[in-house]
Design a protein around this ligand. Sequence first.
Ligand code: MF3
Ligand code: CO
Ligand code: CO
Length: 270
Amino acid sequence: MLRKNSPRLDAQAIEKMRVVGRFACSLLDMVEAMVRPGITTLDIDKAVHRATRERGAVSAPYGYTGGGAHPFPKHCCTSVNEVVCHGIPHAKVVLKEGDIINVDVTPIIDGYHGDTSRTFMVGEVTAEAKKLVQDTHEAMRRGIAAVKPGGHVGDIGHAIQSFAEPMGYGVVEQFAGHGIGKVFHDSPSISHVGRRGKGEVLLPGMTFTVEPMLNLGTAFCVVDKRDHWTARTYDGALSAQFEHTVTVTNDGVEILTLPDDRPLDLTVAD
Ligand code: MF3
Ligand code: CO
Ligand code: CO
């Protein structure tokens, strides 16, 4: 079978990815500072829209169809509690103490996309919710730590799945990480479950997201029939997600959606 290799970005393109990636990070820093009980998810969207416009950037989510027939109507995704991903900001969704909310931003600068998300806790949350959020961040960290030249796409899913499933979490399979650059959702597809040594070989310059979603119950998700975007857990249990855009380097991996002075420690004890 003839199989096309996934795109690899050159040094100039990766520098542009760093620029937009750092800006995407700054958007989440801004959101983090405003998350508290009483604000709405539309307030978050308005702030993301304004900051993006002021930077001379564009929000990739706005009007995005993903090849389907339903343009996404807002500038970021806001996914509260049992919403797994692609939640649509709305004036009627008011954050309350105890909620968890993932905010996912993807600005475009100079044609390149920076895709990153974090899950925030609103005031005091249950111990179970806090552990879910912390464990989901750790799952993403382990997935990223598995990226190296000569490795395989399956190494990433294996690292995430083998960490999360023994603790009883449902690892979402219906949504995956993705190649990214001038294109928002490109190859390769980065499944968050997998087997070590399987899948496409990772080569320097390949640029993609790692964005695991962990559920407190079943991994299965259902997309809202009316808005065609909001994905919820089938059983209504909580879901959390973290996402970074990364690139394969000559000796490992670089996170593009963090500034140099805030490195993520990628050491994994074995
Ligand atoms: N940022 C999401 C991702 O991580 C995609 C959002 S598409 C949208 O891939 F249209 F819902 F915004
Ligand atoms: Co995203
Ligand atoms: Co993404």
